[in-house]
Design a protein around this ligand. Structure first.
Ligand code: PEP
Ligand code: MG
Length: 540
């Protein structure tokens, strides 16, 4: 029996035959070419072919993956159309007289290095795009165009790595689980595996060998393990664990339509956190009572430039309509630190988490802020909208926001454009400053939403993105808990509601305490809604 440990990506347990596929080595050697023009032509032809393949992948996957997921292929196509990438390759051919394949390999390394040096998780995820698209080009240029073939029978599929393009083709149901030698839990391939609900583990390392092909294996996505040739006892144990997991999932679905009521009759709202209009489908599938946090910055991050009022209006309207009168809380732009847009390039900062982010950007660039507010107010006519503002530290900021809202409303009135008069204005309580003046802030707003991710980061001085500090990042630290307690008291004293939308809301070991504090709503990722409902119903 061999046990390989990796990083868990999608939970679930699969037992079956292991199918191992390693990408063939393409042997990209460096050659000096005489006819550079012919080599550039070869590159251009390969580029056109890759673009057509990506267009086909988009068309064939958009229906079942949704627009956001399928847009990976659009992003990769854009990279192939990007002048910087293509010029880099052509320059290598023209000036150094390198062969096209070698020039593409150099571009792959150079652009991957560039993106990964940006110290920003989102931009780092572009490394996967650069690698994927360059791989595609190299396969075409080297005549090694063997696409990864889906197994013909149900299998746990193991490989050196999967690209997003590989994953979208796995639609026969034969892929029980995915295991990789390399890979990252935040790559597009991993995100897609999550969307499709395929149990996955990445980063199992070089010990995952081709010789394991055809052996019996167990993939434990809840633990991040791949067990090859399990002994009888382990196999029995894992079969029981698999049954328990499936049973849990089934039981949770039975809670659809039920109330979030404790044994002693306390009611608490459960909302879902989303980052796109497509997220609404999942939120509804898991029976969320509303959207507690729509991180609107994802719209900006997925757009090649600042999204227009019309583009934003259509997205907000779609979300509000799909939620059919249920509460929808949309947070205004929270760009900065780990969330960047390619076109938004603030000056380099020593401490970006303490820098130019969130409401600070919106107030410094009122034109962009007003565009978003106009889109939100216009969309409000189509549902039950509240607006939330991130990273507030002062009453003055709230006053400035209200002034701008007034200007927007006056403009809309002047243009006879309808909007809801019921919109509640809320602020994120995610800085110690906001907590300490929450009694004052509560006089100016209709609700608070506690962002425990940032509140923990700023209270404990622990960078939320530093994996080395993961063990210190404790959202139940007494200091954080006292902050939450103070915020709730001040909100309720002023007669306003208070929700929690940070990750702590989904930590079921906190639920009882949050209920005791009198939290009005907990907003969690859609797949946690039913587990949280179950926990609430068990609480006294
Ligand atoms: C938070 O900080 O807890 C929060 C919900 O916002 P984000 O994670 O988007 O910073
Ligand atoms: Mg935050």
């Amino acid at each position: 029996m061999v046990v390989l440990k990796g990083t868990k990506v999608v939970s679930g347990i699969a037992i079956g035959k292991l199918y191992v596929y390693m990408h063939p080595d393409k042997h990209i050697s460096r050659a000096t070419v005489e006819d550079t023009r012919a080599e550039i032509n070869a590159f251009n032809e390969a580029r056109q072919k890759a673009i057509s393949q990506l267009e086909e992948l988009y068309e064939s996957s958009v229906a079942y993956l949704g627009e956001t997921n399928a847009s990976i292929f659009v992003a990769q196509e854009m990279l192939l159309e990007d002048a910087q990438y293509t010029e880099f390759v052509k320059k290598q051919i023209r000036k150094s007289r390198y062969n096209a394949a070698y020039a593409v390999a150099l571009a792959s390394d150079e652009f991957s290095r560039l993106f990964s040096s940006i110290e920003d998780k989102y931009l780092q995820s572009h490394v996967a795009d650069v690698r994927d698209v360059s791989e595609r080009m190299l396969r075409i240029l080297c005549g090694a165009e063997t696409e990864m073939i889906e197994p013909g029978e149900p299998c746990i599929f193991a490989s050196d790595d999967f690209s997003a393009g590989d994953i979208v083709q796995f639609n026969s149901g034969n892929v029980l689980a995915l295991a990789t030698m390399f890979g990252s839990p935040v790559s597009h391939a991993s995100i897609l595996a999550g969307t499709l609900g395929i149990p996955s583990v990445v980063g199992l390392g070089q010990e995952m060998l081709s010789i394991y092909d055809g052996r019996t294996a167990v993939l434990d996505g809840t633990k991040g393990e791949l067990i090859i040739d399990p002994d009888k006892r382990t196999l029995e144990k894992m079969k029981r664990k698999q049954k328990e997991f499936e049973e849990q999932q089934r039981m949770l679905l039975l809670l659809k339509g039920k109330n979030n009521i404790t044994k002693s009759g306390e009611y608490i709202n459960i909302y879902a956190n989303i980052g796109s209009a497509e997220g609404v489908e999942t939120a509804l599938a898991y029976d969320a009572g509303g959207i507690g946090l729509f991180r609107s910055e994802f719209i900006y991050m997925e757009s090649p430039t600042y999204p227009s009022e019309e583009e934003q209006f259509n997205i907000y309207k779609e979300v509000l309509e799909k939620m059919r009168g249920r509460k929808v809380i949309i947070r205004t732009l929270d760009l900065g630190t780990d969330k960047q847009a390619s076109y938004f390039r603030p000056e380099k900062e020593t401490n970006p988490a303490l820098g130019f982010r969130a409401i600070r950007i919106s107030l410094a660039q009122p034109g962009i802020f007003k565009t978003q507010l106009r889109a939100l107010y216009r969309a409000s006519a189509y549902g039950n909208l509240d607006i939330l503002f991130p990273l507030i530290i002062s009453v003055d900021e709230v006053k400035q926001i209200k002034e701008i809202i007034k200007e927007v409303k006056d403009e809309l009135d002047g243009e006879h454009i309808e909007y809801s008069k019921e919109i509640r204005i809320g602020i994120m309580i995610e800085t110690p400053a906001a907590v300490m003046i929450s009694d004052e802030l509560a006089k100016y707003v209709d609700f608070f939403s506690i962002g425990t991710n940032d509140l923990t980061q700023y209270t404990l001085a622990i960078d939320r993105q530093n994996p080395k500090l993961e063990t210190y990042f404790n959202t139940l630290h007494p200091a954080v808990f006292k902050m939450i307690e103070m915020t709730v008291k001040n909100a309720h004293k002023a007669g306003i509601t208070v929700d929690i939308c940070g990750e702590a809301a989904a930590d079921l070991s906190h639920t009882q305490d949050f209920i005791k504090l009198g939290i009005d709503a907990l907003s969690v990722s859609p797949n946690m809604v039913l587990a949280l409902r179950k926990r609430i119903r068990e609480c006294d």
